[in-house]
Design a protein around this ligand. Structure first.
Ligand code: ZN
Ligand code: ZN
Length: 422
């Protein structure tokens, strides 16, 4: 019979991987907690309409990347392709605005998009992200960007490229939009089929098309930052002063528009040299109309989402030692059945006391057991042969020096020995 393998664009995490993931996850929870965020966990699937309304009908995600299916009552459901729409839904459903203060939420978990898999891009992938709801203040924008960037710095990734832009608001963006359509309409024939289709509905997306002929067509178009209204202009200026004060180095990128319809004012991306330009480590922006769009009172918001797989690729490629291998603190090697029986309760008891202890369950030779312990990276091996057992003793061997020491075969004595060796 043929073997069944994982679906395209998905993968298994094996024990060596999950140890790294857990370590990274701990660091993620830690930084969000330090910046005053509360964790939110939303369902993996939602009503399809949430994403259509929340992300926007003309986005790549909604047009062609969602895993949408009908449930048994023929309701249309979709595996969440991103986190923001669900967080905003939950924010409204549970009235998290409450007393009207600023609500700071973060999430972590799998997202699903039916994209062509490539390096660092999967159909089930993991993201962490922040959403801050209730404040228009550019200090919130700066704090969100600082959190996103400082997390990478903590992990030892310092050569970051932070790209920043403002894409205006419903007052000033339409002006820029018509300018763009006007300038590009005569060049329609030279655009890629995607951009031809998007020109009238979502012309901003043409700015970040990677197709060379589209880049040529948009080479000399006016900058969006030049047509911002007074409010957007001042917000952007204050944000830049705040980022300089941290300091966070960034560069202005007038082509940065991000793939979501809901962004207003600030948009940003963080890139690392190792990944291609299309693979940002994280990206986000302000969305002052999304809450209203989803049926709530007008509430400003800003957030970002960051990919975990891409981050791990960067960390692996740099061999940064941010992960702690889960090496056992002791390996006990019993020789013969009597020794096995004596070691077994000791093994369980030591583990219950919080020590990481391994042993052999195959009845192998001392040589084979030492080889296994060495492979695990264990520094201390307790050897229990027939002679030791008869003398109620255990031979402790330090693997690095091959130095050996006989100690009583007694739980307390072993614990004391482990403590002094640590
Ligand atoms: Zn504006
Ligand atoms: Zn194009």
């Amino acid at each position: 019979m043929s073997k069944i393998i994982v679906p395209k664009g998905t993968y298994d995490l094996l024990p060596d991987d999950t140890a790294k993931w857990r370590d990274l996850e701990t660091k993620i929870h830690q930084i969000f907690s330090e910046y005053g965020y509360g964790e939110i966990r939303t369902p993996l699937f939602e009503h399809t309409e949430l994403f259509q309304r929340g992300i926007g009908e003309t986005t790549d995600i909604v047009e062609k990347e969602m895993f949408t299916f009908a449930d048994r009552a023929n309701r249309s459901l979709t595996l969440r392709p991103e986190g923001t729409a669900s967080v905003v839904r939950a924010y409204l459903e549970h009235n998290l605005a409450g007393s009207g203060g600023v609500t700071k939420l973060y999430y972590y978990g799998p997202m699903f998009r039916c994209e062509a898999p490539q390096a660092g891009r999967f159909r089930q992938f993991s993201q962490y992200g922040a959403e801050v709801l209730g404040s228009l203040d550019p200090r919130v924008d700066a704090e969100v960007i600082a959190l996103a960037v400082n997390f990478y710095r903590r992990l030892g990734i310092t050569d970051l490229d932070v790209r920043l832009n403002s894409i205006g608001c419903p007052n000033c963006r339409p002006v820029y939009r018509s300018k763009l359509i006007e300038r590009l309409r005569p060049k329609t024939g030279g655009l890629c089929s995607n951009c031809q289709r998007r020109l009238e509905r979502n012309p901003l997306r043409l700015l970040d098309c990677k197709n060379p002929s589209c880049q040529d067509a948009t080479a000399d178009i006016p900058l969006i930052t030049e047509t911002l209204c007074a409010e957007c202009g001042s917000h952007f200026e204050k944000l830049r002063i705040l980022l300089d004060s941290i300091p966070i180095n960034y560069h202005l990128d007038s082509r940065l528009v991000r793939g979501f319809d809901y962004y207003t004012k600030t948009v940003f991306e963080v890139l690392a040299g190792d990944l291609g330009a299309q693979n940002a480590l994280c990206g986000g922006g302000r969305y002052d109309n999304l809450v209203e769009e989803c049926g709530g009172n007008p509430t400003p918001g800003i957030g970002f989402a960051a990919g975990v797989e891409r981050l791990l690729i960067v960390l692996e490629s740099r061999k940064t030692s941010v992960f702690h291998p889960e090496t056992p603190e002791l390996y006990i090697a019993p020789l013969g059945e009597a020794a096995q029986l004596a070691v077994f309760p000791l093994l369980i008891k030591l583990r219950e006391a919080g020590w990481k202890v391994e042993s052999d369950f195959l009845g192998r030779s001392l040589k084979a057991q030492l080889k296994t312990a060495d492979k695990m990276g264990v520094s201390l091996v307790g050897i229990l042969g027939e002679d030791e057992l008869q003398g109620r003793q255990i031979l402790m061997r330090r693997m690095a020096t091959s130095q050996q020491e006989m100690i009583p075969l007694d739980y307390d004595c072993i614990i004391n020995f482990l403590k002094t060796e640590k």
